[in-house]
Design a protein around this ligand. Structure first.
Ligand code: FEO
Ligand code: CA
Ligand code: CA
Ligand code: CA
Length: 662
């Protein structure tokens, strides 16, 4: 989701007013509060990153061409890149097919009703693919890369693009009318996730509607709270005196697939669904303030009391968790694993460490918030799936502190240790987890530029942190790990855990890439000089590591106005002379962001999720005015007058078969 939550609820014409400041009031030092420390010394001294930084600033022709030749010859990616730009449709590198696999409203079951956009119902939506696909995972069946379960998050809804007759234009601006209860019910059914069997037949992926494991999860699906917070008074409500039974999951952004084949859905901007005011002097007031609750972006509280703080003051404590779904049992109750903390979780990508423990990396997507990891107490058992099913209920959550000298610590968030005591309002580990952010504040974690996907790479042993942007960071708040004031384009940090051990509590880090247009010296971007005018990007968001260990980055926030290009999927070199070279592989239609990316184990398919297409287009000559149901900037992917724009998952394969970008 682009920027702050409310920016995507309301049409983009209202974005400026909706822009917020982040919610971290703590006085943690931002490490180097001296602007002279903006560019880390290491950045100027090491490798091609240093060369490109100098080249981008000074531009010596000889230096650039030498670097370019070295970088181009060393690239791990082989494909002809797409031209950057903005238009109504998607584009993939020459020699590849990009086939739409699943669109909003598509059938998932043999009895799914046909999609009728002017008469959509919640009952139909519950049997169809949901809205705004984000995370995409693939769980092979019988070890196959050509037959498996596709798991897809449906992060949120765009009523102005989904429902006819909702929008009027007043003074050139979009005014959205109130939603009916039926429309809210459609929204709730369009949230959550999809689990669906897919199969590759003659080189083309197909949905298997007969699949016995096919399932929709929505904002109403019964779930269980597990781990240290389960049963705590702070998560009890009128509908659930046990504090263990929650209905639904909200704003599932990125996620993960565990080594034991369960589906992880990360609850991100949950604050937007709540309205109303807490009773006076309520004990949760400061907790909710730290998370921006209530934001009131949705209208669900008009029809459902649980979203009204005045009526159900504890309900927000039941969201902001990592959800685990056993996809092999379509009747299983999804579990909210509270041991992994409560934040605006972007995702939860994992890796098995050498000692068998499983390490989950987690970003909290808010300006000035933190990077986390969770290490299970138990070890993964590859021979006994059942033995792994509750690994996520016991372990240690850590928050990251990035030091100025390129070292870092993972600070344990354990009740009774350091400042996490009753004196500071933490009576138990449950309190630490419900108020994960405040615990991070007290521990002195490093305030980051909106941490999104954090991805371990099992091939090179490093970890990649996407930091999407933070235009609110002031010059006196820059530090080595967040080195640019008014960071409009974001950056990527590479972590090397000490001794190559993913469970380590200390490590080293460096900036892999400062994003933005490298031809504009003031931007300070550090792409290698082999990167073409098409190859650079801003706002890294999600990422994937393919089987060869190569990094692919998808973006959120590029547009004609921001960068002269649509969002897309970029291939980014991390090794050797080509390090920090980027190439554009796929780009999305106007108004969309690029989510997903996920490679099948054979590297022959890349699944990508095109989220919120047509949400915008004022800044693009092809439209030039607000975009809404009756006047869309694109009708991708169907391009039919009677069919609205539809978010969709796209399967990218090489024409004639074979591994991608090889
Ligand atoms: Fe839903 Fe952080 O993007
Ligand atoms: Ca984002
Ligand atoms: Ca995202
Ligand atoms: Ca990822």
């Amino acid at each position: 989701m682009t920027e702050h939550f409310s920016q995507k609820i309301f049409p983009t014409t209202q974005l400026e007013e909706a822009d917020g400041d982040g919610h971290n009031p703590s006085l943690n030092p931002t490490m180097g509060e001296i602007i002279g420390k903006r560019f880390s010394r290491r950045g100027f001294l090491q490798g091609s990153l240093a060369v490109s930084a100098i080249a981008a600033t000074v531009g010596p022709v000889a230096l650039m061409s030498a670097d370019k030749a070295r970088a181009a010859s060393g690239s791990a990616f082989s494909f002809t890149e797409v031209e950057a730009g903005v238009d109504a449709t998607h584009h993939v590198a020459e020699g590849y097919d990009a086939d739409v696999l699943l669109r909003w409203g598509d059938a998932l079951f043999t009895d799914s009703p046909a999609f009728d956009p002017v008469a959509q119902t919640a009952a139909a939506q519950e049997r169809q693919f949901g809205y705004n696909n984000d995370y995409v995972g693939f769980i092979p069946l019988e070890g196959s890369s050509e037959h498996g379960l596709l798991v897809v998050n449906h992060e949120y809804t765009n009523p102005h693009l989904m429902f006819p007759g909702l929008v009027t234009i007043v003074d050139g601006k979009v005014k959205q009318g109130a939603l009916s209860k039926d429309q809210v019910d459609v929204e709730m059914a369009a949230h959550g996730g999809t689990i669906v069997e897919i199969r590759k037949v003659n080189g083309k992926w197909q949905v298997v509607p007969e699949g016995k494991l096919n399932r929709r999860i929505t904002a109403n699906t019964e779930m269980q709270l597990t781990g240290p917070v389960a049963g705590h008074d702070r998560v009890k409500t009128g509908a659930d005196a046990t504090g263990r039974k929650v209905f639904g999951t909200l704003n599932n952004c990125a996620g993960g697939v565990t080594p034991w084949g369960t589906y992880i859905m990360a609850e991100e901007n949950f604050h937007g669904y709540f309205s109303g005011e807490l009773p006076a002097d309520h004990a949760e007031a400061s907790n909710y303030e730290r998370y921006g609750v209530p934001e009131g972006g949705h209208e669900w509280a008009n029809f459902y009391d649980r979203f009204d703080l005045a009526k159900e003051p504890n309900e927000p404590n039941r969201f902001g968790w990592i959800v685990e779904v056993d996809v092999m049992d379509p009747t299983s109750v999804p579990k909210k694993r509270t041991a992994l903390g409560r934040t605006k979780h972007e995702g939860a990508e994992s890796i098995v460490a050498a000692n068998g423990k499983v390490v989950f990396y987690l970003g909290d997507d808010e300006r000035f918030d933190y990077v986390y990891k969770f290490v299970t107490d138990g070890a993964y058992n590859p021979d006994d799936r059942a033995a792994n099913m509750d690994l996520l209920d016991a372990g240690t959550l850590y928050v990251a502190k990035f030091n100025e000298d390129g070292t870092m610590q993972w600070l344990p968030m354990v009740h009774g240790e350091g400042p996490l005591t009753a004196e500071n309002g933490f009576a138990s580990q449950a309190d630490v987890l419900i108020e994960t952010r405040r615990a991070g504040d007290l521990l002195g974690a490093t305030k980051m530029d909106r941490p999104e996907d954090v991805q371990p790479n099992g091939v090179n042993g490093r970890v990649y942190v996407m930091l999407t942007n933070n235009t609110k960071r002031k010059a006196d708040q820059v530090d080595a790990a967040n080195p640019r004031a008014e960071n409009a384009f974001g950056h990527i940090i590479e972590i090397t855990e000490d001794d190559g051990d993913f469970t380590a509590t200390s490590g080293k880090w460096e900036v892999l890439l400062k994003c933005g247009d490298p031809s504009v010296a003031e931007v300070g971007a550090t792409f290698s000089t082999a990167t073409t005018k098409n190859g650079w990007f801003g706002m890294p968001d999600n990422c994937a590591i393919d089987a060869a260990g190569r990094l692919w980055v998808s973006t959120d926030g590029n547009s004609n106005k921001a960068t002269g290009r649509a969002d897309g999927l970029w291939a980014v070199d991390t090794e050797g002379d080509a390090r920090a070279t980027s190439k554009l592989f796929f780009r999305v239609p106007v108004g969309a962001e690029m989510c997903g990316p996920l490679f099948t184990p054979d590297d022959e398919t890349a699944f990508v999720a095109v989220q919120h297409p047509a949400d915008g287009g004022e800044d693009w000559d092809g439209h030039g005015r607000p975009s809404y149901y009756e006047d869309l900037s694109t009708r991708w992917p169907d391009f039919k007058d009677d069919m609205p724009v539809r978010p969709a998952v796209v399967a990218i394969t090489k024409i004639g078969g074979g591994k991608i970008a090889v």
